[in-house]
Design a protein. Sequence first.
Length: 85
Amino acid sequence: MLATAVPDMGHASPKDLPGRHAGVMCYVDAVDAHFARARAAGAQITAEPEDKLYGCRMYAAADPEGHHGWFSTHVQDVAPEDMHP
């Protein structure tokens, strides 16, 4: 669960912290369609969709409060020995 910071309870927004302390990794059915909806909704895209060596297609985004998320779809099985450039 990600929520808005509540200052009077001692909570800080991720933007108020000196570094990134957490992120959420989500697998979705169709990452390119998800990316298009996120961009259209005004998400701050921090990494464009890209095929990764380990068999996923992934992009990254941040919400207005600074929570970071990575969204991915498995696109192919890759042998462990093939996961390195």
